[in-house]
Write a protein that binds this ligand. Structure first.
Ligand SMILES: Nc1ncnc2c1ncn2[C@@H]1O[C@H](COP(=O)(O)OP(=O)(O)O)[C@@H](O)[C@H]1O
Ligand SMILES: [Mg+2]
Length: 360
């Protein structure tokens, strides 16, 4: 198998920043990690993306201007990243900005002009990584389980990875290495949206507001009745699916709203754990939510063997970007990246499409 030098780029639904990670991989069991970095979005850029997500309409398909802007943002920081770390790369694995997710209508939209990115960097791009899965009847998400499996090679099974991004997702890895996966529900996005509305800052840093608030159990129990929590895995969620709960919060103080929304993410994740075929030996937590101590304490109280990814020498903020590099390598090796038990795709499906740099 060939070893690929890849840069993975991830911008999730939290709209917090661009995660970049360099990796050398054969797309299977060989993983050599290199530098990684998160470039926080300038406020104006983050707000622009949040506005587009709030529009909640598939017109985004047509938005070539914003797609170019997003690609240009990536070009700037990929080039800096390559110079600063003296990197030569074979491929860029590019996620793009998720703005709309409606897999039941075979629709998932990640904005970002892949061809423009390839032309501007002169590097092959593997992009539009969710489209093949959705076309094949899958949810298009999560794509990370196959990479979690690679990361878990030395871990005792059954084990699980929990990624707390804007939306949270879980991967269960059974003793025979079969996978069960799906989104569990809200992660950081509702908390971020609540806090930005009140303070202008798009996160509850270190859970400071939530720590001072009281959970409104009536609202919490009402939200937890949503049919999503009863659906079996695999399943996925649009970032805006639970957005209306913020209207319920309007009677609460900033602190009580933050506490209630944070506990909502905890309880949603616990409901996801209950849906797994077995209790895993441990749950490894990654994604930005692992930096929120109120969220982490809430989870720890309900599930003892919760381990931060950094405790097993993984960078919790780089895993999804590394995944994009990993998916690129799997594309070149013709290896599938999503499976009936991880996304509901009809058959194992290769992620991504190749964009070759054009001479212009
Ligand atoms: N120190 C922190 N305290 C509280 N929340 C944090 C902290 N650091 C990161 N986060 C949360 O993590 C989010 C980013 O997580 P990330 O994994 O990048 O999600 P996504 O993949 O959706 O972009 C931020 O928007 C914020 O809500
Ligand atoms: Mg992010």
């Amino acid at each position: 198998m060939t070893t690929y030098r890849a840069i993975g780029c991830m911008t999730g639904t939290s709209c917090d920043g661009l995660d970049l990670a360099y990796m050398e991989t054969n797309g299977a069991d060989m993983l050599t990690f290199g530098p990684s970095e998160t470039i926080p979005f300038p406020a104006e850029y983050g707000n622009l993306l949040r506005e587009r997500i709030n529009l909640k309409a598939p017109v985004h398909f047509m938005d070539s201007e914003l797609s170019k802007t997003i690609a240009d943002f990536h070009v700037k920081y990929i080039e800096e990243f390559m110079i600063n770390n003296q990197l030569t790369v074979d491929a860029i694995g590019f996620h793009g900005q998720a703005v709309w997710h409606d897999p039941t209508n075979q629709l998932t939209v990640q904005l970002g002009d892949c061809q423009h990115l390839a032309n501007s960097t002169g590097i092959k791009v593997i992009g539009q990584v969710r489209q093949n899965d959705v076309k094949n009847g899958g949810q298009g998400a999560p794509l990370v389980p196959i990479y979690h499996l690679a990361l878990a090679s030395k871990l005792e099974k059954p084990t699980a990875f929990l990624n707390i991004g804007g939306v949270s997702n879980i991967t269960f890895i059974n003793a025979d290495e079969t996978l069960v996966a799906g989104d569990t529900g809200p992660g950081n996005a509702l908390i971020d949206d609540w806090v930005i509305k009140h303070t202008g800052t798009p996160q509850d840093t270190d859970g400071r507001y939530a720590a001072q608030g009281t959970v409104d159990n009536d609202l919490l129990n009402k939200w937890l009745q949503h049919s999503f929590f009863k659906e079996p895995f695999p399943k996925s969620l649009d970032r805006m699916e639970f957005h209306q709960v913020l209207n319920d919060c309007s009677v609460l103080s900033l602190e009580d709203g933050a506490a209630t929304l944070t506990q909502f993410s905890v309880e949603a994740i616990m409901k996801g754990l209950d849906l797994l075929p077995k209790q895993p030996n441990q749950v490894i937590v990654c994604g930005g939510g692992c930096h929120n101590p109120v969220l982490m304490n809430g989870l720890q109280q309900r599930f003892k063997n919760l381990i931060g990814a950094s405790e097993i020498d993984l960078n919790p903020d780089a895993i999804e970007a590394q995944l994009m590099g990993y998916l690129a390598a799997r594309f070149f090796e013709n290896l599938p990246s999503s499976f009936p038990t991880t996304t509901g795709t009809k058959s194992p499906t290769i992620a991504g499409e190749l964009f070759l740099p054009e001479c212009i």
